[in-house]
Write a protein that binds this ligand. Structure first.
Ligand code: H79
Length: 399
């Protein structure tokens, strides 16, 4: 959780059409056409080091590659299906190249693997609509396929985390999930597993969950100090590359990251590289801007805990040691008022790497004097140096 910020990558032959990975199979793209796209998938400009550099320059500390999405195509040369990268004109092992590049650059390497697989004959459903369950399919054989592939992925690429998805369809049961979780932890007790193996709500982590952290999708998770969570959010609107997709502004990217950290969670920001193997230049540029912000303000994100204040749309807070970081996205007027922190005193207030901030403190409130225009329009970080450790202060509501 100290890493706070990672890169999600959705990619595959579907980028030849620019439609959504998995979901456009049988909808925008006819099934037969979709399933044959791999025969012309030749991303000659793919460079694992370049992707990893983009992640690193963005200040990301880990990378999660979609090795197999719901469409069943495998980005590594799996022994257990021919529907994989080695049978494309490109041939090269993308998962392996990324694992190596991450290792070289000091990023944690993680793998996404879809439980459901509309392409595998033994998985009973072959369409996203769930129509026409296949009487010839055999779930017990499909589970052996999954176990073989997961063993292959774990022993060849040593992922730090496994990110499951596609757990909601009928053929997959809670019992299968528990068995799979135990199987993986036996292969590698250290591997971290998200909570989308089990059948229960992926936004929370409860006693019924199968997995180690919660996974809110396309939204910032709610503040939670009790269990780890990671929001996955796209930098544009589609998971896989889409021409001219609407991209988030720098302000949105930074505030999403600061809100996530403020809620005590991680952000897994998704990019969809193009069919030629490159990440779009405008996305590389945007990510670099986020990285430039983190070079200055990273101390208020990495290794922090969320709180003590409950985040809202214009404010979040993070904390570490004796310091509280206030992330102010928007201020009205020249004062910013937050509730006082019971039993603790402010020794000093200043903008992170900037000037002192004048403040007044009474029993009820802390009133900070801010300049009319915030120093950083994306997130003006103010550091409160307190007279004691702030790690365990109970959550404070701002209203
Ligand atoms: O891999 C990404 C998504 O494909 C997957 N999870 C992330 C990480 C995902 N699975 N299910 N969902 C997301 C929710 C389903 C959303 C849908 Fe749709 C709404 C499916 C069809 C309509 C999103 C919008 C996908 C196509 C259009």
């Amino acid at each position: 959780m100290d890493l706070r910020f990672g890169m999600f990558i959705h990619w595959g032959p579907v980028t030849l059409r620019g439609t959504e990975i998995g979901w456009s199979r049988g909808t925008q793209v006819p099934v037969k056409e979709y399933d044959n796209l791999y025969k012309e998938f030749d991303p000659v400009l793919f460079n694992a080091d370049a992707w990893v550099k983009t992640a690193k320059d963005a200040g990301m500390k880990y990378l999660t590659i979609v090795a197999k999405h719901h469409d069943g195509f495998c980005l590594w040369p799996s022994k257990y299906t021919s529907y994989n990268i080695s049978n494309t004109p490109f041939k090269k092992d993308v998962v392996g190249a990324l694992a190596n590049a991450c290792k070289k650059a000091g990023l944690k390497f993680c793998i996404y693997y879809s439980v459901l697989d509309w392409h595998q004959p033994d998985y009973p459903l072959h369409l996203s609509t769930g129509a026409n369950p296949d009487p010839k399919a055999d779930m017990s054989k499909y589970i052996i396929y999954m176990k073989n592939q997961l063993k292959e992925l774990i022993s060849n690429y040593h992922p730090y985390m496994l990110w499951f998805d596609g757990n909601w369809e009928k053929p997959w049961t809670q019992e299968m999930a528990v068995d799979m979780y135990n199987y993986i932890k036996k292969l590698d007790p250290k591997v971290i597993i998200n909570n989308r193996l089990g059948k229960f709500d992926h936004e929370t982590l409860t006693a019924e969950s199968v997995g180690d952290f919660a996974t809110p999708e396309q939204k910032v998770g709610k503040l939670n100090m009790d269990y780890p969570w990671e929001s996955c959010i796209t930098i544009c609107t589609q998971w896989a590359w889409k021409p001219n997709d609407k991209m988030k502004s720098l302000k949105q990217c930074i505030q999403t990251l600061a809100s996530t950290a403020g809620g005590n969670g991680n952000l897994l920001l998704n990019v969809g590289p193009m069919m030629d193997g490159r990440i779009e230049a405008r996305q590389v540029e945007r990510l670099k801007e986020v990285g430039n912000w983190l070079k200055i303000y990273g101390e208020a994100i990495y290794g922090t805990k969320g709180g003590p204040y409950k985040p809202d749309s214009i404010f979040s807070s993070t904390r570490k040691g004796n310091k509280i970081y206030l992330h102010v996205f928007q201020s009205s007027g020249d004062q910013f008022i937050i509730p006082a922190i019971p039993h603790l005193k402010i020794l000093k207030a200043c903008f992170l790497k900037g000037n002192r901030v004048a403040f007044e403190e009474d029993k009820k409130n802390i009133t900070l004097s801010l300049p009319g225009k915030l120093l950083n329009e994306n997130d003006a970080v103010i550091v409160l140096e307190m007279n004691a450790n702030v790690g365990n202060i109970p959550i404070i509501n701002r209203e």
